[in-house]
Design a protein. Structure first.
Length: 360
């Protein structure tokens, strides 16, 4: 009997991964060439000579390149191609720079002057010899139009990073529904089979909203409305397939009383946004470590947060309905309270932190 192929190895799964990679394929800003003619002291002759020398190395598009076998190297030595030119001869070599004539003495620079004929280069009245000066910048060597050298480059901000990170801000997390809060895309630097991932400081807020269409202008609900965070669980997904836990995830809460009851109080004499009240209150962060993931260039993983919440609605008849949930990766501009309050509140928290992901 043939064993069925797991869904995460199917063709559809591969296509899904490719689609996610293309979604994250962000091009860099438009090409912005910096001309060495304006930013350096090198002349057009210097830059042209450097480019000629690089082209004559024949390193592009050749499997052999400029590498010679020992037999070929000995053949060149025997033919005298490696003989040193005398200083008196070097001092007679000239090159044209604009309208001036400059003596090029390469005796102490390590440069090797080569006649054009030795490189099968047609005669040029402005060039007597070819030489390669590595101190001159290589400019305009590849044509960006024909080679697409300016094309899509997905290098991480940190050149040593093994993955790129995408954070989804202000994600509403309904109870018992996995909600994507971040993704990672492994890049060329990922040279290990697996990495242990840590997600630090996921900022959380309680979101409350309700209906005040009961008709009373002044509402003072002194009966506490309890919103209870029972649990928070993070899961990693490869496409839409849950990645089995290969290690024990470790959770750290700040404050350590993050999983608790929150009192929702409605006390208003105005009806905001028609007949509704709402509020968003920052309550702290959760960090998860010891997440073991297999890695290879191009692998995309999604991290989804699954929260379990319960709440006791108000018994005041003027409040028709009330609903509460969490917001992950909440930003400062979302914090607001209209016609309600949420307790307890962090006494001092400064600025809301930003989620970060690292690997070991």
């Amino acid at each position: 009997m043939t064993t069925p192929t797991p869904s995460y190895l199917s063709i559809q799964s591969v296509c899904d991964q490719r689609r996610q990679q293309m979604i994250r394929n962000v091009p860099p800003p438009r090409i912005n060439l910096v001309s060495p003619y304006e930013t350096t002291n090198y002349t057009k002759f210097d830059l042209d000579m450097r480019r000629k020398a690089e082209i004559l190395k024949y390193q592009k598009g050749s499997t052999k390149g400029n590498t010679l076998t020992k037999k070929q190297q000995w053949s060149q030595i025997a033919k005298g191609n490696y003989q040193t030119l005398s200083p008196s001869y070097l001092n007679t070599v000239t090159k044209k720079e604009t309208n001036a004539v400059k003596i090029v003495d390469c005796s102490s620079s390590g440069l090797i002057l080569t006649p054009l004929s030795a490189s099968n280069v047609p005669p040029d009245p402005n060039v007597s010899f070819l030489y390669n000066d590595n101190q001159v910048p290589l400019y305009n060597y590849l044509n960006p139009i024909s080679t697409r050298a300016y094309g899509f480059e997905n290098n991480p901000v940190d050149p040593n990073a093994v993955f790129q990170v995408v954070v989804y801000n202000n994600t509403i997390c309904e109870s018992n529904i996995p909600n994507r809060i971040a993704s990672i895309l492994f890049v060329d630097n990922a040279d290990q089979n697996a990495y242990t991932i840590s997600i630090q400081n996921i900022p959380l807020a309680i979101y409350i909203k309700g209906d005040l269409s009961g008709g009373v202008a002044v509402i003072n609900d002194t009966i506490l409305n309890n919103a209870i965070i029972n649990s928070i669980q993070l899961n990693a997904y490869y496409n839409d397939n849950l990645v089995p836990d290969r290690s024990l995830y470790q959770y750290t809460y700040y404050p350590n009383t993050l999983l608790q009851n929150y009192n929702l109080t409605i006390n208003t004499n105005t009806q905001v946004n028609g007949n509704t009240f709402s509020g968003v209150q920052y309550i702290g962060t959760v960090s998860i470590s010891n997440i073991l993931l297999y890695a290879s260039h191009g692998f995309v993983y999604d991290f989804k947060l699954n929260v379990n919440m319960s709440y006791i609605s108000s018994k005041v008849p003027d409040i028709i309905s009330m609903h509460t949930s969490l917001i992950a990766n909440v930003t400062t501009d979302q914090i607001s309270l209209y016609a309600c309050s949420i307790q307890p509140v962090l006494s001092t928290y400064g600025s809301i932190p930003t989620l970060t992901i690292s690997a070991v």
